[in-house]
Design a binder for this molecule. Structure first.
Ligand SMILES: [Zn+2]
Length: 423
């Protein structure tokens, strides 16, 4: 299958490259050509006139819990503790792997409408999650949600070995929920697994002030990052989600271990956790992605809102409107995300890279007038501007229509049935 996109503006996200006018050729799952207009023999299966709109790499939602759509707007405006203990955990305890399979599909539809082509997922049943993503043709890098109450290190080893070979859409990186939900014995086993496979490890880290304080009390003044590192968990890298309250010493560990950070600004705002200024990490050369976190704590899966908040927090925290350039935030949402998720071929638009491409409608009023398209995207953009989402060379969403091989109404119906049962 060969597709030609012509009459396009193209933002490749290659370092230092400006937006160009040109064409992209896609062959099967990868990009064959990106560049100026080219006179080619017309042996394409499909030719798409982009009409002067923008093609760019898909967004990478670098932290999410997709199946939590069933908790959306069910228990908002509660303190964090009662939200988790009274609303989330009792309902999650009733979830089956089939429920998670069906619920994940609703989130996948939402990702497509937001131009998201890959997610970094953490939830309860990796096998059924991998089935949902594989069947719908979206990339999913999973990590373990291991804690004292669910999943085991043996299961995680099995997922690591199997899901990395499952299909072109799925992969798995070892991980656990958080320092505060895992015993030391369990964490030692995670470290042993990381050592056995020389693998990186990811977890929620320093999301709230109280999490850091209670870790220090339990472990001789060590922060979560210092404590976990002292167990050898990060000897082969990995990273942290949230990281709102890292100390300078923590940042040194992240640098030394070449670890990544994923910020989740909307979730941090809604749960009143804090506002992370990402600039010190970027200056320290730490690779950074942006995630929505789960739909229970956000509540929408929209990378445009996350990009704006990432910007806003840096500016507010520094009382400086020049704190962070929009280009860096767009880099985090695309290239940075791909790197922390180890999706080496999905970062930029270039020959040989995977065809994970989105089209942005530049004709919408909020993309007008045109002084700087990139800044329009970060400061004025919305998911309403996403005209097309292509993953692995296949158009999955275009002009409001889904092409996922399933009846959308049936996906909603099934998921609502599950949601009503769990209420
Ligand atoms: Zn999370």
């Amino acid at each position: 299958m060969r597709t030609r996109f012509y009459n396009a503006k193209i933002l490749t996200m290659k370092d230092g490259e400006e937006i160009i006018d040109g064409e992209i050729f896609v062959k099967d799952d990868h990009i064959q050509y990106v560049g100026p207009h080219k006179h080619e023999p017309s042996d394409f299966d499909r030719q798409i006139n982009v009409n002067g709109n923008l093609l760019m790499p898909g967004f990478k939602n670098a932290h999410t819990h997709s199946a939590m759509v069933f908790l959306r707007s069910l228990a908002d405006d509660l303190p964090l503790g009662s939200w988790l203990n009274d609303a989330v955990f009792p309902r999650e305890a009733k979830l089956t792997k089939e429920d998670i399979y069906h619920l994940s599909k609703v989130a996948i539809l939402e990702y497509l409408t937001s131009g998201i082509t890959a997610v970094f997922e953490m939830y309860l049943t990796p096998d059924s999650i991998a089935d949902a993503f594989g069947e719908m043709g979206m990339r999913c890098v999973q990590t373990g949600g291991l804690n004292d109450f669910s999943q085991s290190v043996e299961q995680m080893e099995d997922w690591y070995l199997r899901l990395n070979k499952k299909d072109e859409f799925n992969s798995f990186i070892p991980g656990f929920h958080a320092e505060y939900t895992c015993s030391e014995a369990l964490l030692m086993d995670v470290a042993a697994l990381a050592h056995k496979y020389e693998a990186p490890v990811w977890c929620h880290n320093s999301e709230t002030k109280s999490e850091v304080e209670s870790c220090k009390q339990k472990h001789d003044g060590l922060t979560p990052t210092q404590y976990l590192d002292s167990l050898g968990i990060f000897d082969y890298g990995g990273g942290g989600y949230h990281c709102v309250y890292l100390s300078d010493e923590d940042v040194e560990i992240f640098k030394k271990r070449k670890m990544g950070i994923v910020t989740n600004p909307a979730s941090n705002a809604k749960l009143a956790s804090g506002m992370l200024d990402v600039t010190p990490f970027l200056e320290a050369g730490i690779e950074m992605g942006i995630g929505t976190d789960g739909p229970a704590s956000n509540n929408c899966l929209d990378m445009f809102r996350e990009m704006f908040l990432t910007e806003a927090y840096a500016k507010i925290r520094q009382s400086n409107a020049a704190a962070l350039d929009a280009a860096k935030v767009l880099h985090m949402a695309t290239v940075g995300g791909a790197r922390v998720m180890n999706l080496k071929d999905c970062d930029i638009l270039a020959e040989g890279k995977k065809a994970d491409i989105i089209m942005i409608d530049l004709k919408k009023p909020n993309m007008q007038l045109v002084n700087n398209i990139l800044k329009n995207l970060v400061y004025a953009g919305s998911k309403d501007n996403v005209k097309m989402t292509m993953i692995n060379g296949v158009i999955k969403y275009s002009d409001g229509e889904f092409y996922v091989g399933e009846d959308i109404e049936k996906i909603y119906e099934k998921a609502q049935e599950i949601t009503d049962r769990l209420k």
